[in-house]
Design a binder for this molecule. Structure first.
Ligand SMILES: NC(=O)c1ccc[n+]([C@@H]2O[C@H](COP(=O)([O-])OP(=O)(O)OC[C@H]3O[C@@H](n4cnc5c(N)ncnc54)[C@H](OP(=O)(O)O)[C@@H]3O)[C@@H](O)[C@H]2O)c1
Length: 211
């Protein structure tokens, strides 16, 4: 598949881009700055030997089958609105909002109830959206020499879930369908929980496995 990773210059998008390129997908790193995207894409191509190029966020989605919104939560809906207007592929959100309370990480959803709901509102109605990859840590994604050995909760529109699940499986993780947009807050809240599990118990880049 051709996968545009918007914000692919960042920690999380970078790790995901590396894993997807390693798995044989054509990856386009999206950025607000085309030169940055190209520079980073060259590094990822060298690291993986894969097909990786760089473009602006809106250029990255040209002809892409999938666009992953790997940008900070506060900018995700605007990025979707700007870059994905007229997009005819599948959109995927790994976006999570969190803050710190008494030293612990807590989930902080927007007024729409979840970032997935906010992004859904900003996308064209005919763009299928799935939520996926929330419970994978950026550090774990970037360590491409190590198998991830974990599960990924996938929710959203059916068509989008199928495509997102294929990508999840291609990077060596197990895709688990957990429902529609109603469960988005539960899935988004897994990320701060996993960070707390990791920091309190000395587990680096903690992930999830459902048995
Ligand atoms: N980090 C994790 O382990 C992790 C785990 C699960 C989910 N997530 C989710 O993944 C997303 C990305 O996380 P991250 O840690 O990779 O974030 P990040 O490194 O802070 O940012 C990712 C990229 O977003 C772009 N960006 C920054 N400000 C922006 C703005 N105002 N408008 C549009 N784009 C902007 C930047 O790319 P350019 O400057 O090149 O445009 C940046 O490289 C977040 O929504 C987060 O909740 C992260």
């Amino acid at each position: 598949m051709k996968v545009a990773v918007l914000g692919g210059t960042g920690e999380f998008g970078g790790g995901l881009a590396l894993r997807l390129a390693d798995a044989g997908h054509e990856v386009v790193v999206g950025s607000r700055d085309e030169a940055d995207a190209r520079e980073v894409a060259d590094e990822y191509a060298d690291d993986t030997g894969g097909d990786v190029s760089g473009a602006t966020n809106s250029g990255a989605v040209d002809d892409a089958d999938v666009a992953v919104l790997a940008v900070p939560p506060e900018y995700a809906a605007d990025t979707a609105d700007d870059a994905l207007s007229g997009f005819d592929g599948i959109a995927v959100t790994p976006v999570v909002g969190m803050s710190r309370e008494d030293g612990d990480f807590v989930y902080t959803p927007p007024k729409e109830g979840s970032y997935a709901a906010r992004i859904r509102d900003s996308l064209d109605d005919d763009v299928p959206l799935a939520g996926a990859f929330h419970n994978l840590a950026a550090g774990k994604l970037a360590a491409t020499h190590v198998d991830i050995d974990g599960d990924v909760a996938v929710f959203g529109d059916d068509e989008a879930k199928d495509t997102a699940s294929e990508l999840v499986e291609d990077i060596g993780t197990r895709a688990l369908d957990v429902g529609g947009f109603g469960v988005a807050p539960q899935v988004e809240a897994l990320t701060p929980l996993l960070i707390n599990v990791g920091t309190k118990n000395g587990i680096r880049d903690a992930g999830a496995k459902f048995v």
